[in-house]
Ligand binder design. Sequence first.
Ligand code: 3NM
Length: 526
Amino acid sequence: SSLSKTNVDYSLYLVTDSTPNILGDRDLVEVVEAALEGGCGLVQYRDKTSSTAVLVSTAKRLHAVTQKHGVPLLINDRVDVALAVGCEGVHIGQEDLNLPTARKLLGDNAIIGVTVSAIEEAQIACKDGADYLGIGTIFPTATKTNTKDIIGTAGTKEIMRSIREWPVRTVCIGGINSSNIQRVLYQSVYHSTPFHKNLDGVALVSAIMAAEDPKKASQDLLQLIQTPPAFAASSVASHQRVVKVFDLMAQVPSVLMQVAEQKPLSHNMTNLVVQNFAANVALAIGSSPIMANYGEEAADLAKLGGALVVNMGTVTPDGLENYAKAIKEYNMVGGPVVFDPVGAGATAVRRASVKTLLAAGYFDVIKGNEGEIKTVFGMSVQQKGVDTGSSTSTLLEKATIVRDLAARERNVVLMTGATDLLSDGVRTYAIHNGCDMLGNITGSGCVLGTIISAMVAVSRGDKLVATLAGVLLYEIAAERAMEKEDSDHQKVVKGPGTFVPALIDELSSLNNPKLGIPWNTWLPRA
Ligand code: 3NM
């Protein structure tokens, strides 16, 4: 074939399906032609049931239209069919004819792609000279149910890391559609100086094959592929790797000022225990809270320029569906989402819920205690209810987890504790503010999620700074509440009961730029 395999556009890769529930009663070749008109750059003919004779005749018809569009045609599994048709190559799975044999039969100019779902498979495919890897299965899909593993964006990124030095091209596959395509591309990038490996594109079946208008579906998907997601943070330049904490601190006051000025909406989907406390805290810091756990409301609320808190403190199956809906709505408009995986490591239901929610959308910030963050990272911990559980990890180990989770999710992660750890995957900080009394009242972690939502709502560029602002505001307010004295020089706070109102008062006085202390006198405690 005259098509050169070096300049294939993998961005939007159509894999066909001839089964009635996807193709319906339409003609396969017509659907593929529409997809090509819409911008598909590569086509794989995948048909697990037809006879060899039908495979060859259909592939020939397909090849005629792909050639017209200057797009390569690959055949799933069947090297013999590819040879019979004279098309550009094959895609082989782990159970198919092995790559060296396929290469011998098809020659060096053929495009040969391999399905991989694990690092070892990716390594072998690279050594054997695969032209591209089809990485999956990303999300569960009804199109192919016998897939080995659902690896998500986290698994994809691990594979990307393992092949960072190979020139092999990459696409991912499984359950990709217009609602997740941008996030998948965004979160799958492996980056660590000097390596940068991003997916060359996405492979999909039903999002195009089952679409009412395959041409428009392809155009829309291509448009999404070529645009960064709305929630994409301004990228952290490598020179920012080492930022003096004071430079970061210097940006905190302006975040707090913006909250006071803009009164951003803080949309809380939160648990039954803290709704009232969180709403009061949101008001105290100058934001505008709404406690709305019904997902159908999120489309309207997401348009109001605020941020969403997803707190799974009293998770239910209904709740999960509502959260997923809301996360998608906020992701779509770039409204920040804060995830508080309360009690993530306490029960099997909550561990599964974390996985469901990570697959449902993008979280700009994940905050939790040690047990929760470790669970989200995939470590096996047993939390005692919502308490963090016992730990033997050193501060350095915990900081590494926080950094690696943030890098994996490409977001900001905060692990709260006596020392809080904060990272965006590149910049990692320890914060020593706060007081023990915060551990003696209910919802002290949850309301921090609410505070952070207000901060990221106004400061979408650098979400690490915004999160830092929230932590400092909250923990310094708590310290000040503890130190506050009445006119008789008696401590105002006598115990947990008096601490809550004192804390709310302090938050409210710090939020007022006129009455509060000058922000720039704040320093993190050594
Ligand atoms: N291969 P849809 S998943 C053909 O994981 C195929 O290797 C997969 O279909 C793998 O885009 C899959 O409709 C089906 O989810 C993808």
